[in-house]
Design a protein around this ligand. Structure first.
Ligand code: COD
Ligand code: ZN
Ligand code: ZN
Length: 375
């Protein structure tokens, strides 16, 4: 039995920014109080992992085990863990839910104050690490670290899911899918019969399209400067797609015409502040709602004429689609199992952990929607 003992296993370690990951033998300490050790089964590669690797999130300390879109099986639990036991299937939560802080207690918020996003302590809640490699301490990443055969998670960062869920698919519920889907359902609260536009048709944008479709939107317009993205967008629910490069006039004018006075909802899934402004302008001046989903460069600022809001528009945003992880992720998995939505269309590649650098190359080349790593 491995419970209570250090586990030696393989992990993809990021020793320094701007370098390929390196597959190493690491040691994973047993879980302490209110912690869970998980054998990873599948993990997606997300753009945020790449942002860290490229050095653009400078507060993350190295060496670190990245990865935050994971699903696995509980190997052992530390003292005090009540609702999770060895053998349970779980999804990792980079946006944790401690259940006790001011934001966890507010039904409108999912921004648990114990989250490590932005702070990047790189540690478990007790301020220590469970990973070592070649005698060196290795940092955790946003309470998850999924690019390893075994990881240790604080209980607040673990969602227990049903036993029959396919982990190689539902791992996407851990980040990319839920971020887009929740932006439509929770943040915008898209209504039946409404008109929507989704700017940026990558994996996150497609998940917004799926959310708009599930909400019963009448029009879902995909907007992308790369027309190669349109076929997949239509496959998952876009009713039409437009390429801003094909028009002389600004894209918000085109959308205003297509929707007779502006959209009910728009979503920016790129991380470009000028697109954020045009997404806002393309909504109805009085009753439109625009949601920021993409993460802009940290120094970027949004340029708006206040009159665009004064007339009644709403501008919103959310991390992780507004979902409270431990409460909502099991329900999202149940909805997937009940075929409310599909995830297959979002997975473009599957690779073993050993080929993780190929997965990042596919991301850089724009060839992948989501690469899922298996163990
Ligand atoms: N106009 C229209 N389309 C454009 C433009 C433009 N000016 N520029 C680029 N695009 C298109 C590209 O052709 C591409 O199809 C799409 O926009 C962007 O897609 P990807 O594949 O680069 O990005 P995704 O879908 O993987 O999404 C990642 C985001 C860009 C949304 C990124 O900001 C993100 O990961 N956001 C998640 C927010 C979050 O909560 N993160 C927290 C944990 S990760
Ligand atoms: Zn992510
Ligand atoms: Zn909390």
């Amino acid at each position: 039995t491995t419970a209570g003992n250090v586990i030696k296993c393989k992990a993809a370690v990021a020793w320094a920014p701007k370098q390929p990951l390196s597959i190493e033998d690491i040691e994973v300490a047993p879980p302490k109080a209110h912690e869970v050790r998980v054998k990873m089964v599948a993990t997606g590669i997300c753009r945020s992992d790449d942002h860290v690797l490229s050095g653009s999130i400078s507060s993350v300390k190295f060496p670190v085990i990245l990865g935050h879109e994971g699903a696995g099986i509980v190997e052992s639990v530390g003292p005090g863990v009540r609702n999770i036991k060895p053998g349970d299937k779980v999804i990792t939560l980079f946006q944790p839910q401690c259940g006790e802080c001011r934001n966890c207690l507010d039904p409108k918020s999912n921004m648990c104050l114990k989250s490590d996003i932005g702070k990047h302590t790189g540690m478990m809640l007790d301020n220590s690490s469970r990973f070592t490699c070649k005698g060196r301490l290795i940092q955790h990443f946003v309470h998850t670290s999924t690019f390893t055969e075994y990881t240790v998670l604080d209980e607040m960062a673990v969602a227990k899911i049903q036993d029959d869920a396919p982990l190689d698919k539902v791992c996407l519920i851990s980040c990319g899918f839920s971020t887009g889907y929740g932006s439509a359902l929770n943040t915008a609260k898209v209504k039946q019969g409404s008109t929507c536009a989704v700017f940026g048709l990558g994996g996150v944008g497609l998940s917004v399209v799926i959310g708009c479709k599930v909400a019963g939107a009448a029009k879902i317009i995909g907007v992308d400067t790369n027309s190669d993205k349109f076929a997949k967008a239509k496959e998952v629910g876009a009713t039409e797609c437009i390429n801003p490069k094909h028009y002389k006039e600004p894209i918000h004018k085109v959308l205003e015409r297509l929707t007779e006075g502006g959209l009910d909802y728009s979503f920016e899934c790129i991380g470009n502040t000028s697109v954020m402004a045009s997404a806002l302008l393309s909504t109805n001046y009085s009753c439109g709602t625009s949601v920021i989903v993409g993460v802009a460069p940290s120094a970027a600022e949004l340029n708006l004429n206040p009159m665009e809001i004064l007339t009644g528009r709403t501008l919103k945003g959310a991390i992780f689609g507004g979902w409270k992880g431990r409460d909502c992720v099991p329900k999202l998995v149940a909805d997937f199992m009940a075929k409310k939505f599909e995830l297959d269309g979002l997975i473009s590649h599957r690779l073993p952990l050993q080929k993780i650098n190929e997965g990042f190359d596919l991301l850089h080349k724009g060839e992948s929607l989501r690469t899922v790593l298996y163990f």
